[in-house]
Ligand binder design. Structure first.
Ligand SMILES: [Zn+2]
Length: 123
């Protein structure tokens, strides 16, 4: 279900049981630890990295999220703010760099949820 995926991604929870955290810290802007993940769920035991290089696929999700950010900010700028091109480009480049830790984590959580479905019996 989409709500199960949404809950897991927003709350940083195991996609299978929704009990334990996937990333070690809940703060995506803790720059020393934002990318540290648990190897497996401490509650249900599911292994997050199913095979070596599993998370390379999350780059496609990251690409989609970043493209979506471009489109949304472009539409807002074109129809509402109407700033100069260099101002828009400066804003969008800086915002993408600043949002990178958040994009990284959301991409991985979405990617995991594609392959590990929620299972009520594992709660
Ligand atoms: Zn779990």
């Amino acid at each position: 279900m989409l709500t199960d995926i949404f809950y897991s991604v927003i709350k940083n929870k195991c996609p299978q049981c929704h009990q334990a955290n996937v990333f070690e810290t809940n703060n995506p802007f803790n720059l020393k630890r934002f990318d540290k993940m648990h190897e497996s769920c401490s509650h249900c035991g599911v292994k997050y990295e199913k095979e070596p290089g599993f998370f390379q696929g999350a780059m496609y999700v990251s690409y989609g999220l970043t493209a979506g950010w471009f489109i949304i900010t472009w539409a807002l700028d074109t129809f509402i703010f109407k700033s100069e091109t260099w101002q828009y480009l400066t804003f969008v480049i800086i915002s993408i760099i600043l949002l990178m830790p958040l994009t990284f984590r959301i991409s991985r959580l979405i990617w995991i949820n594609f392959f590990i479905p929620f299972n009520k019996n594992k709660i």
